[in-house]
Design a binder for this molecule. Structure first.
Ligand code: ATP
Ligand code: MG
Length: 415
């Protein structure tokens, strides 16, 4: 038997309604917050991620699905969503349109990781990107979109915010970090030892327990912010408060990608265990330049949809299945009448089902119950003769009579 590749997940027919619900919520929010969708390919030139994500990140160093295509080009399956959006921004000169550009995507993401609960090799992200604004208000607005999605679903992950400054203040902070970590180098993991020379900030994001303990005592970036970055961070806090969004400042949040500047944030749901970050994002003012565009500030986030579903499950939020059939028409020797009735219901936009298995009445009713039909109607000789049917409301356990020509109208109203 051929099984799915390690680290992938199938969405089976009986579960896809959960994905639809989340995707519908996202599209509704996108309309309200005026974000336009962007769709980009599943693969890009490897170069884009080397420049856009950064060659000191785990994603680029260890996790990319990279291969040469038949034309000898180096291709990489998207390991995150932002770089492709930035590429479009530059390639189509979207800067000339009106700024800010407010966009979102839902995309598969591929990372060669060690699979475990909440950590897949193919997962899906809802991402938001706003280009063109430097302000902390833009950051707060982006954060408010994630919060609104969570609120709507009835979950309340904790929002952690931090500022990782600009290249100027980060240079001073790097020095302090290197000095601190040099004193603890013996206890750090091998990867972090190399990070010390390449990107010491990344050590704060290490998943290794020992490194985590050492990182907890490291100097805080917040003590090293330059005046402008400090003001920006204070404004962010204010902008969140004005919007009624609770937050916790957490100076150890640095994010796994190289392109961040100033604001970084994560939404964490402690209830789903170690892999508890549902959404992560921040500001990336230098990304556009790093892939060859004219400098343009940007802010955004990526939200893991599998982790979002895990979180809903963990906190006991069930998603109602709104895709169940409205009515099942059971036939008692009246196949043609039933088929015509089912057809006219469907023509009127009602989710209707009838028998296509040549089953007896009992088996049809069992099936109607199993698939969760709201109403059932049995059509036999006497119903046809009297032009009247008994409608059974499966939810309320009630029964009532409808004339044949009332069925479609009733089902339309009660769909
Ligand atoms: P983590 O710290 O958990 O590795 P990350 O910093 O790599 O996350 P991002 O690159 O910011 O995560 O991706 C945004 C979101 O996508 C994460 O917050 C998480 O919800 C989700 N995500 C990331 N990697 C995976 C994965 N391998 N499987 C499932 N979801 C993931
Ligand atoms: Mg990761």
């Amino acid at each position: 038997m051929i099984e799915k590749p390690k680290g992938t997940k199938d969405v089976l027919p009986q579960d896809s309604y959960k994905w639809h619900k989340i995707e519908e919520d996202i599209r509704r929010l996108a309309r309200v917050y005026q974000l336009q969708e962007i769709r980009t390919p599943c693969f890009e030139h490897t170069e884009l991620f080397l420049r856009g994500v950064g060659d000191t990140t785990d994603i680029v160093n260890k996790e990319m699905y990279t291969f040469d295509d038949r034309g000898g080009r180096s291709i990489t399956l998207k390991p995150e969503g932002t770089a492709s959006v930035a590429r479009c921004f530059v390639e189509y000169n979207l800067q000339q349109n009106c700024l800010p550009m407010r966009t979102y995507y839902i995309t598969p993401v591929f990372r060669y990781e060690r699979p475990q609960a909440g950590r897949l090799r193919e997962h899906h992200q809802f991402g938001v990107e706003v280009y063109g604004s430097e302000t902390a208000e833009a950051d707060a607005e982006v954060i408010s979109i994630a919060r609104a999605l969570f609120d709507g679903l009835g979950i309340h992950p904790t929002l952690y915010i931090n500022s990782i400054g600009c290249p100027t203040c980060r240079a001073r902070y790097h020095e302090a970090l290197v000095e601190y970590f040099r004193g603890n180098e013996g206890d750090m993991c091998e990867t972090c030892k190399t990070r010390l020379g390449t990107n010491p900030l990344r050590i704060l994001d290490c998943k290794n327990d020992r490194c985590g303990k050492i990182a907890a005592g490291a100097p805080s970036i917040l003590d090293y912010l330059c005046e402008d970055c400090q003001i920006h961070f204070d404004k962010l806090k204010h902008a969140l408060e004005v919007r009624g969004i609770a937050y916790t400042v957490n100076p150890t949040i640095v994010r796994g990608l190289d392109y961040y500047t100033r604001t970084v944030f994560e939404f964490v749901c402690e209830k789903i265990g170690a892999k508890s970050t549902v959404c992560g994002g921040g500001r990336y003012n230098h990304l556009i330049e790093s892939i060859g565009g004219k400098p343009c500030p940007a802010v955004g986030f990526g939200m893991g949809l599998e982790r979002l579903l895990m979180t809903l499950e963990a906190v006991g939020v069930t998603i109602e299945n709104r895709e169940l059939p409205t009515v099942y028409i059971a036939s008692m020797g009246q196949e043609d009448v039933c088929a015509a009735l089912v057809q006219s219901l469907r023509n009127a936009g009602v989710a209707a089902l009838g028998d296509i298995m040549q089953r007896g009445l009992k088996a049809q009713m069992k099936y109607a119950d199993k698939i969760g039909a709201r109403y059932t109607i049995v059509v036999g000789e006497s119903e046809v003769a009297e032009q009247k049917v008994q409608v059974k409301d499966m939810r309320e356990g009630k029964q009532f009579t409808l004339a044949f020509d009332e069925i479609v109208g009733f089902m339309q109203e009660n769909a």
